[in-house]
Design a protein around this ligand. Structure first.
Ligand code: GLP
Length: 241
């Protein structure tokens, strides 16, 4: 595991954007596993800026997103589909047909999980998986639990996650109660993982994830078992290490 300490949010965003750019430049038809949340927003803005300067080409890039709220239509401005278009897809030359997210309004959740997992497999797996981390150590929407999930699954969100995400909704009642997420197994099958973490409020959890016991109670701790993980975190997030 390599840990890069960034000065602040902006520095973290630029460093992470450099790592993703290097992936796109060295393998133009790579499969990027993408993530949402406030952590990667600045990184996407940086990628868009470099693309506009002519430094990046996404024409052959394929993407699969980590997760999506269940029950949310694509045009809902809180859907991850909407987020990805707003922050990246609408501003670069990625082919929309090459971008994939779980379908939030699929009728049968079981079938949707299998379809999504097969979609990832059919693309040859993920070259670089981007991750943020929740305050409770969740990655994707894999909440703390008794075991590591193997495949894409439909999860009940924990109260603390609903609390944390309610800032984007009119009230906590409006936050969806379920979500589709790649499983821990899906994430671990990515060839390379890039974890971005920002802010002192995640410092304790990050220290547990990187240096504590490997346990499903802290889902991000599983990354200690992956052989190619890059962590880009700001000083505040690394302050408990
Ligand atoms: C959500 C997402 C995660 C994300 C996490 C942290 O629950 N499903 O993929 O990493 O929140 O979000 P933020 O970056 O906004 O703190």
């Amino acid at each position: 595991m390599k840990i890069y300490k960034a000065k602040d949010y902006q520095d973290m965003s630029r460093k992470a954007a450099n790592i993703i750019s290097a992936q796109v430049i060295t393998k133009p038809d790579c499969v990027l596993g993408l993530a949402t949340g406030s952590t990667p927003e600045g990184m996407y803005a940086q990628l868009v800026e470099w693309y506009k300067k002519g430094d990046l080409d996404f024409s052959e890039v394929k993407s699969v997103n980590l997760d999506e709220y269940r029950g949310m239509t694509r045009d809902n401005d809180q859907s991850y589909y909407y987020f990805m278009h707003k922050h990246l897809f609408d501003h670069v030359n990625i082919d929309p047909a090459n971008t994939h997210l779980p379908n939030g309004i699929a009728e049968d959740p079981q079938e949707e999980c299998i379809r999504y997992e097969n979609q990832i497999k059919s693309m040859g797996g993920v070259d670089l998986q981007l991750l943020g981390m929740g305050h409770n150590g969740h990655i994707g929407f894999n909440e703390p639990g008794d075991e590591f999930t193997k495949m894409t699954n439909c999860v009940d969100l924990q109260e603390s996650t609903i609390e944390a995400n309610k800032r984007f909704f009119a009230s906590a009642d409006d936050v969806p109660k379920q979500a589709y997420t790649m499983g821990i197994g899906t994430i671990m099958r990515a060839k390379r993982v890039l974890l971005m973490v920002s802010g002192e409020d995640k410092a304790e959890t990050l220290a547990k994830a990187l240096c504590g016991p490997i346990t499903p109670k802290v889902p991000a701790s599983v990354l200690q078992l992956h052989n190619d993980v890059v962590v880009v975190a700001d000083e505040a997030a690394l302050s408990a290490m």
